[in-house]
Design a protein around this ligand. Sequence first.
Ligand code: CA
Length: 462
Amino acid sequence: MSSRFLLAFSSIIVCFRLVIGCSTKPDLTSDKPNIILILADDLGNNDTGFQGSTLIKTPNLDALASNGTIFSDAHVSATVCSPSRAGILTGRYQQFFGHEANIPPHHLGTDTTQVTIADMLRANGYTTSIIGKWHLGETYSYQPNSRGFDHFWGYLGGHRSYFAENYPEGHHMAVYTNRTYTPFTGNYFTDTQADTANAFIERSGDKPFFLYLSFSAPHAPLHALEEDKALFPKSERQVYAAMVWAMDRAVGKVVQKLKELNKLDNTLIVFLSDNGGSPVNNSNNLPFKGFKGNKFEGGHRVPFFVHWGNKMNSEKKFDGLSSSLDLFPTFLAAAGIEKPADLPLNGVNLLPYLEKTKTGNPHEQLFFRKELAAAVRDANWKLIRLDDFGYALYDLSKDPYETKNLISEDSEQAHKMKSALEQWEKSTVKPWWNESKPWQKVTFDIHVDLIKNQAIRRLSPK
Ligand code: CA
């Protein structure tokens, strides 16, 4: 069977599922809320005002957060970029469809039989856009315009320069408008993302829109405008701080546009980071241990808030165990779309928790795995499994920094979580690709160092 036939066949399946999944015909004139998903890239847990940073001011994000609900125990489903994004957009544990590691630099991408939240919203009357980083596959069938997005402006890879730079057509850092090569000629990429988002919002007119504002910032390379750098004291964190500041300015521009168009109150805005901060960009994940790429809380517990105008009488802070996988069903619920019975989402609609009609943890357990390292959160307990090494168990209620390994002391809790992980793994499939062996070795060593509470020996194979 040719790959072209498989692609066409899978597209038919997606279309069929969407058709049967729509409980009502799209109503283009309704007052469905707009939805904006703002994704920061490698943002540290402690690097915004609303999360407690004293160095990095983020007045626009803080204003949204203070009028919304901050999630204090929210997690992404992966500790690196590409699989985390696959989880967010499909609402499924990405290990269930082979997207366990970062996409390698060749022609693979997120399983095209998976339905994306953009597919669902578009099929129900939304106009959809992604602006910025994609990182879910570069060839035609994996590109945003094949995955539910009417509009795409950005690049298909995992990072790029923040300044004008003419990568050749086909390069993973080259900028496209939909499928057309449009080299970036702006002053600073983050600012242009805001301008492009605002143009999309204006073009959407009276039609409800879904905007996935996928910032490059503050992922490396460490590029900032001189005037932004001047706002921060000279230190190893100066450029990073300026990058976060610029991202906050971009969020402010979009919020201002929504206000001008009288759309802010009818727009559901979610902000989060795709994974924990990385040592590469000098981010700060305190008070948590670990960072991007590992299974300590600093790797997958992220800044996260929801803002929805005056729609909800909600808590300022929500402490329940939550996941980026919850965004898909939450967006469906906000848009009044019934979840298709045959769509196997792994998240929970968060709206009842925000509205206080439900309390407690949306999830009893959350699972994480990339190749040799896996983890489980079970209420306040954390289990980490490192292949060819062993397990670590932490009681986060007493030890939120994950320093006291209780694996030998609390075997009942450990047994419960080991079993839950093995049960969850029955639904996973063999990864469609893996990271390189040198990177897997570095990741293994970092986990060993963190479990042993010793200095990290190296951060990359170099
Ligand atoms: Ca990332």
